[in-house]
Write a protein that binds this ligand. Sequence first.
Ligand code: 3H9
Length: 698
Amino acid sequence: MTDAIGYELDGDIAILKAQNPPVNALGHAVRVGLVNGLERAERDGAKAVLIYGDGSTYFAGADIREFGQAPREPGLPEVCDRIEASPLLVVSAMHGTALGGGLELALSTHYRIAVPSAKVGLPEVLLGILPGAGGTQRLPRVAGVEAALDLITTGRHVRADEAMKLGIIDRIEAGEPREIGMAYVRDLLDANAPRRPVSEMPSPEPVDFDAVYDAVLKKGRGQISPATAVRAVQAATELPFEQGIARERELFMELMNTDQRLGLIHAFFSERAVGKLPELKGVETRPLNAIGVIGGGTMGAGIATAALLSGLSVTMLEMSPEAAEAAKGRISGNLQGALKRGKINREKFETLTEKALSLATDYAALKDADLVIEAVFEEMEVKKKVFTQLDAVCKPGAVLATNTSYLDVNEIAAVTSRPADVIGLHFFSPAHVMKLLEIVVADKTSPDVVATGFALGKRLRKISVRAGVCDGFIGNRILSTYRTCADHMILDGASPYQIDAALEAFGFAMGPFAVADLAGLDIGYAVRKRKRAEGLDPRARDSSYADKLCEDGHFGQKTGKGYYDYGAGPKARVPNPDVLPLIAAERAAQGITPREFSDEEIVRRYMASMVNEAAKVVGEGIARRPLDVDMTLLFGYGFPRYRGGPLKWADLEGLSDLLADIRSWAEEDPYFWQPAPLLEELVAEGRNFDDLNKEAAS
Ligand code: 3H9
């Protein structure tokens, strides 16, 4: 036995208890323990075996940390086959989450009982692989091909009641997994229930797998694991069980060797590491029950909605009773959406809008708030006025937060008598939907205020990233650079449509020009005007063709026209015929002879500019670790998850080739393509961004 599996004999029932916290991942010691436990049960003359998990869950899957290491016997597929082939009656009692290899193991046992709150699923495709321990062969035999394809290609978690309808679970019973499991095993023994190996069940009926494959591939926007999984399920309908398992293995190994698997696993661990900052270990958070939100526009209403949904009470401060009512209307609209999607019921909706939310027009209403977030107009003088008033009314210890996306949080903090309490909380619109929260730490922000910011992020179920103060923090600063790179390519000969298409093929949800149309072209226009007013560096390239679109009243989707024409609806975009002539005129005015760009060069330049700026952001300490940048781009900027983030992508591409490209482009435009010192340092030392992540974790 190993410590990871406890063994006990209770009459003629052997009990195998998984004890591998936190999630009973099926690492080597667990696999060895299971096989040893089974053998011992058979030697001890038991009639049945109960398998369950100690702590918070049944097995949550293979141990992802073992991926990429030399395989150690027995592998999970062999453990599953061994369990299924046991002459004893083997039963699983499930609670928490039976995921991936965990569900595959359960499907290898002969019967399955679960508590009502249990969830099951095969989320492997979300890690860039497919179920590799028989899941693609056993699940379709148990639940049918359609359900299996749904679960396997989406990776979604299924609640116990649905799993029972699908035939994955045989019985649901409230109680402790051990107790309900033992009672079930006794019932089965009393009833002389036979062993029930899924592998001996008939092959499931096929569907039109080619059509499913194409649809899944399209939906994945370049992600290959869900589509590959379709072929594995297909094998269950066409091949005998053993050959189906062999096919599953082959496809599993193919996916194991992809960069997409590396990108997705990087995303999985980074998503969990991003909110864990060594400097906050042991730092107490401040109380967080009642919050204030100043400004009830789209952003403020979104923040208030997220806070209400997390159980916080919210005071919404607006300039007039009419504006406050309008803000309430927006919040109610957002909550209606949650009601429609079944996230809250009507009663909860009413409590949130009528009791948890209060409206105010006087700052005095914020005197008891634990934390106040301002989401007013993005102008320094306006923000300063707000903070002066907050300083006057808020209770000592209240956290004062600005939702600015560009402005200097130090300057805002300086107008108060308590800069240690001031922090940036940069939400992304719509704030009740978007997952990213940049927590902007100013020079004097105290650690417990930072910890409180992260606690709020956790409560709102955001991915919170620590950022330092600079123009645009992590995300918008990097965005501004890669957007500029796209603008340069336009001047030199590429079209917005080719750039969008190339980047969407790379995996971005939308190309930069489609994004600009969605966000509103007036935003970029205002930034360009501000930067020109501040004085552009004479070496910077500028262009004004997009200004002309704005001057003609075309601000993108909201006016029906921008880079694209949306006459047939927001999803049916076609190029706006005015744009290319405007670009051609700009090139002529600047004396530029346009040249051809390949899609590959577009992606390479765009990504290199993103990586180079990101390396500066990390090098300057604005982001603490490369993974902080990766998570910012993934959760706030539509970066394809299966590529892990720009700095993971850079590691996989090879930093030295990337730097060589940047240096060669610097010969034409030394101002824009200044190599990041950190990138040069890493290349010189033969290290990469992941090495920095590892150093930060150790
Ligand atoms: C698989 O099974 C392949 C097979 O088909 C074939 C094999 C041949 N391994 O998320 P949390 C860690 S692929 C290692 O914060 P929660 C996690 O990193 C696997 N570690 O908790 C974190 O560590 P730390 C298929 C794992 O309560 C800690 O556990 N299974 C694993 O919010 C707590 O995690 C999956 O994809 C793992 N499998 O959520 C399930 N899982 O504290 C992946 C978690 O150091 N896991 N950790 O940061 C999950 O979805 C969630 O963790 C779960 C719990 C829902 C279980």
